[in-house]
Write a protein of this length. Structure first.
Lengths: 272, 281
């Protein structure tokens, strides 16, 4: 290959920012996933390692099976997914228009951005007592925690996405006689869409990380709650199972977003 | 369609107080209907600022700019603009980019079915004129830089603007593509009849395209000298080697070096290398 010729025979795997063989890529990716699993499996089977301290992959799989067949795993997954998606969707419903205006108008930016910047540094977990006081301990409170955890970051990211729309695109529309409303609707929104979908994907991931926190509040169902309860009973295998499941659901949703991104914006593919 | 532009004592200051920058000082210029004028000069001479002021994208600190005697107030459909890059809409195909202005209220008032038909004919004609027929349904990302600029020019021409403002439109293109674009834009000027104001830092480009050259100088940005280009209206690439072309090129380059402080830089460089040679001897 020309790359190896250029570097005098050194492996292209170690060339900075150089493309590698797709087969090599997949082998390495697989190793990256299998090696920790293997390490975990070996570590848990060593003599003197207590199952309570470190359950093996087989124990965790077995626990997942009993959880699914006897302990209502589908219901836990459903209620947790509902809470995450509801909190996240509520954030998006407010953050998208608000971010659009912060990113488009300096006056709105001056009014709202410093405040948002300030609030986002406040720990969402610390709001739990206030949420219980104001929202109560029903479903609303769990959604509220996820909302607080994602909303303020999301607004700022949306505003940044909007600000990254090239000025030339906006000015070209102005010289064609576009009104302010038309520039927002026909230039800024469509131009920022791919970045906005990426922001929604990333913030969805953050929403999942707030699930366990949200289910600290008087929950009696859900994946986060199950992990917390397992902790109380020292069911380490169930803690593992819960964490892995949350990770897995997050990964599936993330890939779904990526697929949607490719399908929705074919024009980004570029010249080959 | 065409129009005249009158610039009177235009000043532009960026910022306030002691940190204010004088971007343009007392610029006055008359541009005739259907004229092709090029602005050339070193960076910081205010050529882009003046162009953007004509386009209504920059306000005047003082002075006035009128088009056919009417003072300008912000951007308008009578002054289309072509930017150096990033101005196309990547989510629209080439044809939809060119037709973009048809979605805007400013272009759809009192529209009859005959108008709609005329507009669609206009878009097709521009696609053919700019040599874009084979990529009409491609997205801008799939095109080379030169093809992208053809789309940008076609889009600007769509509404038959009397004035076409071009801000270093070929600055990012390679030399060969640029030559093709030069002949293309001259052809456009001939058949569309619009007034064209073209900003560039490339002296050869300024001479080859312009009927008149406005040389601008920096610190503070100002209009320095006006040159009439002594070439016939019909131009071809060979003229770039004609004595009158080269003579004007030398004259303008000298003046740019003088006004931009480059001359003193070059003299200093010569002095330094002379000193170095002495030390070695």
């Amino acid at each position: 290959m020309s790359a190896s010729k250029r570097s005098g025979g050194a492996s292209p795997l170690w060339q900075i920012r150089t493309a590698i063989d797709p087969r090599h890529y997949w082998v390495l990716a697989l190793c990256g996933l299998v090696a920790p699993l293997l390490g975990w499996s070996i570590a848990s089977s060593l003599d003197g390692v207590d199952k309570v301290f470190l359950p093996g992959p087989a124990d965790v799989l077995a626990r997942m099976w009993t959880w699914a067949s006897e302990d209502g795993l589908p219901a836990d997954v459903a209620i947790s997914t509902w809470r995450v998606v509801a909190g996240w969707a509520l954030s998006a419903a407010i953050a998208l228009p608000l971010g659009l205006f912060i990113g488009s108008y300096r006056s709105v930016q001056a009014l709202l951005e410093p405040l948002t910047d300030f609030i986002r540094y406040m720990p969402a977990v610390a709001f739990i007592p206030l949420v219980m006081l104001w929202v109560g301990i029903e479903e609303g409170s769990k959604i509220a925690i996820i909302f607080i955890g994602t909303f303020f970051q999301m607004v700022l990211m949306v505003a940044e996405d909007v600000r990254r729309v090239p000025l030339a695109q906006i000015e070209a529309a102005q010289t064609m006689g576009a009104s302010r409303g038309e520039i927002l609707e026909k230039v800024i929104v469509p131009s920022a869409k791919p970045a906005l979908l990426d922001t929604l994907r990333v913030t969805m991931g953050w929403a999942w990380t707030y699930l366990v926190v949200a289910e600290l509040v008087a929950a009696n169902s859900g994946l986060g709650y199950a992990v917390l309860k397992a902790q109380r009973f020292l069911q380490t295998d169930k803690i593992f199972a819960g964490i892995l499941l949350i990770g897995l659901i997050g990964l599936v949703i993330d890939q779904g977003f990526r697929l949607a991104h490719r399908k929705a914006f074919p024009y980004l593919a570029g010249r080959h | 369609m065409t129009a005249s532009i009158e610039i009177r004592d235009a000043f532009k200051t960026f910022g306030h107080g002691p940190r204010a920058i004088q971007a343009l000082e007392k610029a006055s210029l008359d541009i005739r209907p259907n004229e092709f004028v090029t602005f050339v000069g070193a960076s910081g001479c205010g050529k882009s600022t003046l162009l953007r002021m004509i386009g209504g994208l920059e306000s005047l600190t003082s002075g006035s700019i009128t088009v056919n005697g009417q003072p300008i107030a912000g951007p308008g459909v009578d002054r289309a603009m072509v930017f150096q890059h990033y101005s196309l809409y990547p989510w629209l195909t080439v044809a939809d980019n060119i037709r973009f202005c048809r979605q805007l209220k400013a272009h759809t008032r009192d529209r009859t079915s005959a108008d709609v038909e005329k507009a669609s004919g206009r878009a097709d004609a521009l696609i053919r004129l700019m040599g874009l027929s084979h990529v009409a349904h491609a997205y801008p990302n799939q095109l080379s830089g030169g093809m992208q600029q053809r789309v940008a020019i076609a889009r600007a021409l769509m509404s038959r603007p009397p004035i076409l403002l071009m801000d270093e439109p070929f600055g990012a293109l390679d030399a060969q593509t640029r030559e093709v674009m030069h002949d293309l834009i001259r052809h456009v000027h001939r058949i569309e009849g619009s007034t064209i104001v073209f900003v560039t830092h490339d002296v050869e480009e300024a001479i080859y395209l312009g009927q008149r050259i406005v040389l601008m100088a920096p610190r503070p940005g100002r209009i320095d000298t006006l040159y009439d280009v002594p070439l016939p209206a019909e131009r071809h690439q060979d003229m770039k080697l004609a004595p009158e072309f080269l003579g004007l090129k030398r004259e303008i380059l000298d003046r740019i070096r003088e006004t931009s402080g480059m001359k003193t830089d070059l003299e200093q460089l010569a002095r330094l290398s002379a000193e170095a040679a002495e030390l070695e001897a």
